[in-house]
Design a protein. Structure first.
Length: 358
């Protein structure tokens, strides 16, 4: 409002000078400036009363490249605004404020990369045609968490992952010994060698041994965010981890080990525990450090998803797994590739590669 008040004050001073020096010719510009400034100030002030910009809250979570509904409401003031503009940072453009401008704006926007997004307030500026008076109104800020995109696994990849349970089962069948983990009620059809006879003799109830290998047959996805070639490489690795986890979970269940976790999270086919893990993947950074390699001792397949395309990490060599896969961004990858997922190449590691990595 500074310019409008300045114009009104200048007009008043000219009128006072006209009266002091008895110069009627100065009355016209003085009165004109005073009315122009005062009128612009009053018009913008009345248009601002009751006006505003309201950003309706959208979902707190959205996947990459999925539509995020942006809804803006522009309540009118006491009088129609003489002019102005609406700036929405999410749209990164200015919408002129005219008589035909809609009072409810609905646009779907998309976020190309994962992570937490702080949405700056939308800003509504009301001004007169000459720009003498100006008033700004802002909406509330918002925040949205962009989740890594879950991409479908190709048919060729599905065939490779479907045979993992059989390979792990054969490995367990030929194991020299299995470590006792716990006891559980007897299940019909269980081998007699699995029955815990001391407990049966003591309680009279049929109890069988539950072996550690029983719970370790599921595929394990390990995420290693260290030393990415670029931010895009880390994003591809995170998308690949999310896509593999969802696919493996839906085909019988799997486990996911993230940096800092002492134990892998078990994910059932109903994906009930997946949403918070998905959110953690959205915030994963190289500074989070390596996964705990000592926690990948299991009989099932291991998918080591790394953001770096360097040599296989030493941690994967310590996994007592039926099969091991190294998943890295596909650019520059050499050797046989089993399949690709989310821009990453999936390579099967043989025993010699694992020993050299160690």
């Amino acid at each position: 409002m500074t310019r409008a008040l300045g114009a009104a004050l200048l007009g008043a001073l000219i009128a006072i000078a006209a009266a002091a020096f008895d110069s009627p010719s100065l009355y016209v510009p003085g009165l004109g400036l005073f009315l122009l400034g005062a009128g612009a100030w009053a018009w913008v002030a009345l248009a601002t009363q009751g006006a505003g910009v309201t950003r309706e809250p959208g979902p707190a979570l959205v996947e990459e490249d999925e539509p995020y509904p942006l809804r803006l409401s522009l309540p009118r003031g006491l009088v129609r605004a003489p002019g102005g503009e609406l700036f929405e940072p999410v749209l990164d453009r200015v919408i002129p404020l005219r008589a035909r401008t809609r009072r409810r704006i609905r646009v779907d926007v998309k976020f190309a990369r994962r992570g937490r997004r702080y949405l700056q307030p939308a800003r509504l500026t009301i001004t007169d045609p000459l720009g003498l008076a100006r008033s700004e109104l802002e909406s509330e800020p918002a925040e949205v968490l962009v989740l890594p995109r879950v991409e479908p696994v190709a048919a060729s990849a599905a065939g490779a992952t479907d045979s993992l349970a059989g390979e792990a089962a054969r490995m367990v069948a030929h194991a020299a010994e299995l470590e006792l983990d716990a006891l559980r009620p007897y299940r019909p059809g269980t081998s007699a060698s699995r029955i815990h006879w001391p407990t049966v003799a003591r309680t009279g109830e049929m109890i069988e041994r539950k072996l550690i290998a029983d719970v370790d047959l599921r595929p394990l996805v390990v995420v290693d965010p260290r030393r990415p070639q670029s931010p895009e490489a880390l994003d591809m690795a995170v998308r690949a981890a999310a896509s593999l986890t969802v696919h493996l979970a839906q085909t019988g269940g799997c486990s996911l080990l993230l940096p800092g976790d002492r134990r892998a999270a078990e994910i059932e086919p109903d994906l009930r525990v997946w949403p918070p893990l998905h959110a953690r993947l959205a915030l994963l950074e190289p500074e989070d450090g390596p996964p705990l390699a000592a926690r990948v001792e299991r009989a099932g397949a291991v998918f080591w998803v790394a953001a770096s395309s360097t040599a296989p990490p030493a941690g994967i060599a310590r996994a007592a797994a039926a099969v091991r896969y190294l998943v890295t961004p596909a650019e520059g990858v050499e050797g046989r590739v089993e399949f690709t997922v989310a821009g990453c190449a999936v390579r099967r590691l043989d025993r010699r590669a694992n020993r050299s990595a160690a």
